[in-house]
Design a protein around this ligand. Sequence first.
Ligand code: NAP
Length: 295
Amino acid sequence: MSIRDDQLLQDTSRLRVGLIGDPVAHSFSPHMQQAAFNALKIEASYELWHTPAQELVERVRSLCEKDCLGANVTIPHKQAVLPLLDKVDPLTARMGAVNTIVHRDNYLHGYNTDAPGLLNALHEHGLGELQADGKISLRGYTVVLLGAGGAARSAAFATTEAGIERLIILNRHLERAQLLAEEVHQYYDKPAFSLSDPSFLISHPASIIINATPVGMHGDVSPLPADILARFDQDTFVYDMIYNPSQTYLLCQARTMGLRTANGFSMLLHQGALSFSWWTNQPAPLEVMRAALMR
Ligand code: NAP
């Protein structure tokens, strides 16, 4: 038996995992995760657990039930769940945001799969190198991070941990970017800059521009003015964490300039695949999950 807790399979007919958040109805995760459980013939259901803030403690406590493998956590609870868990993995604790809870040996463990999910996505798009220890190295790259919220935090910690040459954080509110740069500096000894005015951006060779703001979800707006984008070298890669719409204004502009681009679909897929592996202790059926997302 390869699933993590084979005892659970013997004791119950159906296991449960769910998405904790408010709202949750829009999520693509049930499709992708249910397809993965079905493909591996694991008797489990992925459910939507709409959870207002006042019900969070009770919801997290319910994950200790015998038939529960764990949960995904989304807005606005990624930070708030941390003190409710028994163990949090060190990189996740640094990021201060949990998106995956695993019920293992009667304890609740917290992980962040957004960060490694982003690295796996970038690697799938041809960036970085897979090392002998299974980690992805982004040595030689400069990351220009647009945003300093939750998703940007994952990107900042993931990419600096992956060995980038420098991090430039551009955010509407400068203080938030400064704070993130300071936090990253505690573990990262290369340059980490913060800006609020994009006109101060300088192009570095091998840049990866990552949009971690919601700007572009609605209408023809971009988090980076076209004249600033035009300064970047032709080897620049532009990654937009937004996946709906699949082609944001930023990506369209970048493509028009001949730059390589990708949307956040790949990050969504890889973070989900990593969560699946944490719950089941099995490799995720990546192509099944990808196909389910595209349906
Ligand atoms: P968040 O914590 O609310 O942070 C939002 C960030 O965007 C902040 O830095 C904020 O700047 C900035 N921002 C918001 N509205 C802006 C505007 N009108 N102009 C300029 N900056 C603006 O959100 P999040 O959870 O990090 O999510 C950010 C985006 O990433 C969302 O689109 C989300 O869907 C996407 N995401 C995708 C994945 C994936 O798997 N593909 C995973 C996670 C998130 P201030 O600090 O100045 O307010």
